[in-house]
Design a protein around this ligand. Structure first.
Ligand code: RIB
Length: 305
């Protein structure tokens, strides 16, 4: 069994299903509304646990009903929450999400309490870092905390994976210190300036990241699949064909699955396993509710030959 630590965000997602995303100034009627546990970090921790990892989650929620909802859900997944902090004043992070008919989403995150997980909070976690096989981070928490987690991962010789979402520019230190950096198309564009419309664009963005000091890059490309690139090779793995219901958190399922198998598989096999987890997540509505189990991913891969 793999041991995985996720250092990251926990949000409550306020999800409205719409026929299409409104234009500026336009009011539309939504089709349904749901309050769902989400946040890239908490989603990845949930996915890691369901995929079979012993999982720790370090983050920060507010002293409110949304924070309690997260705690209940993560705890029901068997995730160790010793390092889930409660912010003294800020509310739990939220994400306002519109899911359009074809499953595509638009998201606005207000991090709020997520900014309360500070580098100092990691100082007491040496014992956890010493036990885990991989540390997974995203960019919805302070970037100096991400960097501190990368330093600790290096000190303990633990694999570190940075999911580069949400899209933003980051200091070179984060790109250089991560063992694997994994952006989707919009995140890769924010990091490199390369707009990704084809595999060639994705390879160019990957090469840009290597030039900025990245060691290994895994690009999540939605319908184009996933691309691995390091200074010696690149491997493209096509996407599985599915009918998406809601793509929210599909990338989170992908990142958690990648962390689970990265050390034991070649990049192509690891990306195929992660693609399967992401594809399954896109067939179910909501963030944490859609994170697949290991049995579901294995069964899906069998049906895909
Ligand atoms: O990756 C999907 C997640 O992004 C959502 O659950 C939302 O909370 C935002 O963090």
């Amino acid at each position: 069994m793999a041991n995985i630590l996720v250092v990251g965000s926990a949000n409550i997602d306020l999800v409205t299903r719409v026929q299409r995303v409104p234009k500026p100034g336009e009011t539309l009627l939504g089709r349904s509304f749901d309050t769902v546990p989400g946040g890239k970090g908490a989603n990845q921790a949930t996915a890691a646990a369901r995929l079979g990892a012993a999982t720790w989650f370090a983050g920060c929620v507010g002293n409110d009903a949304f924070g309690e909802m997260q705690r209940r859900n993560l705890s029901a997944e068997g995730i160790d929450l010793t390092h889930l902090h409660v912010h003294p004043s800020e509310p739990t992070g939220t994400a306002v999400i519109l899911v359009a008919e074809e499953g595509q989403n638009s998201i606005v995150v207000t991090p709020a309490a997520n900014m309360g997980i500070r580098p100092d909070d990691l100082a007491g976690m040496a014992e956890v870092f010493a036990r885990v096989d991989a540390v997974v981070m995203q960019l919805e928490i302070p970037l100096d905390t991400v960097e501190a987690a990368l330093d600790l991962a290096r000190r303990h010789a633990v694999l570190s994976i940075v999911d580069a979402g949400p899209a933003q520019q980051v200091p070179d230190a984060i790109i250089e210190k991560a063992d694997v950096i994994s952006p989707n198309e919009t995140e890769a564009e924010a990091l490199t300036g390369v707009a990704i419309q084809s595999l060639d664009d994705a390879r160019e963005a990957g090469r840009e990241l290597l030039e900025r000091g990245a060691r290994r890059v895994v690009l999540k490309l939605g319908a184009m699949g996933a691309l691995y690139i390091d200074d010696k090779e690149w491997v493209h793995v096509p996407a599985f064909s599915i009918t998406p219901v809601d793509t929210t958190a599909a990338g989170d399922a992908f990142t958690a699955a990648l962390a689970l198998v990265w050390k034991e598989r070649r990049p192509g096999d690891a990306l195929a396993f992660a693609n399967a987890a992401g594809a399954l997540a896109a067939t179910v509505a909501g963030a944490q509710p859609s994170m697949p189990t290991r049995a579901a991913v294995d069964a899906f891969l069998r049906t895909q030959g």
